[in-house]
Design a protein around this ligand. Structure first.
Ligand code: DC
Length: 222
């Protein structure tokens, strides 16, 4: 049976960067489930769909096609109706839309099998908010990765500035706090550690320190 490692935690804790490097080291496939919610969010924006209007969301889900593929370097690519939207889903607006749309039960149900199916046939490190609690409750290793909001906002800010985006630290911090609230207070699959999660807080760590820490935990528990 393939091995599954679940990494959950709030936005900006470094989940994706760390999980990506750990997956390379362990030769696992890295699955970024946030990208799927971002893709549905992008589809909603493109179609002027309001996340709170469930009829509109249901109709949207019945007509779009979200696919997850991997290139020759095992890097994840998300397709919306056949188009690679991997970079379009990375803006702050797309983050907010993803957070809003991810609270809709029909959206979560729509993406569930897509996520589970990958783990049926591959060793995966999957990152998200509800991987250890809902998507892969039988994952062999569950890690809940967090860091203080200021630390996470600073990382996100540096990432966006590096990409050439014109953003303000205060706005990013406000977004981080708002998204934390949305993600952990929604009724369905809220952000919370599974009972058997290993809790890791990376505040103040360098990326290298966090990667080393997590790979150590994974190897110890495999
Ligand atoms: O990890 P991310 O920032 O790319 O995720 C974008 C949004 O998607 C986030 O605000 C919460 C939501 N999400 C979720 O509800 N469940 C997941 N497994 C992954 C992401």
């Amino acid at each position: 049976m393939p091995i599954a490692i679940a990494i959950d935690g709030p936005a900006g804790a470094g989940k994706s960067t760390i999980a990506k490097l750990a997956a390379k080291e362990l030769n696992f496939i890295y699955v970024d489930t946030g990208a799927l919610y971002r893709t549905v969010g992008l589809a909603a924006t493109k179609n002027n769909v309001e996340p709170k209007t469930s009829v509109q969301v249901d109709e949207l889900l019945s007509k779009i096609k979200v696919e997850l593929t991997f290139n020759h370097k095992n890097e994840q690519i998300v397709l919306l109706d056949g188009e690679d939207v991997s970079s379009q889903i990375r803006t702050p607006e797309a983050s907010m839309m993803a957070s809003a749309i991810s609270a809709v039960p029909a959206v979560r149900a729509y993406l569930l099998d897509l996520q589970r199916n990958i783990a049926k046939t591959n060793n995966v490190i999957m990152d998200g908010r509800d991987i250890g609690t809902v998507v892969l409750p039988d994952a062999q290793i569950k890690i809940f990765l967090s860091a203080d909001p200021e630390d996470r906002a600073k990382r996100r800010y540096d990432e966006l500035v590096e990409k050439g985006m014109d953003v303000k630290y205060e706005d990013i911090l406000a977004d981080v706090i708002e998204r934390d609230y949305n993600d952990s207070h929604r009724e369905i699959a809220p952000l919370k550690p599974a009972e058997d999660s290993i809790m890791v807080n990376t505040t103040g760590n360098t990326l290298e320190q966090s990667v080393e820490l997590l790979i150590g935990i994974m190897k110890e528990n495999m």
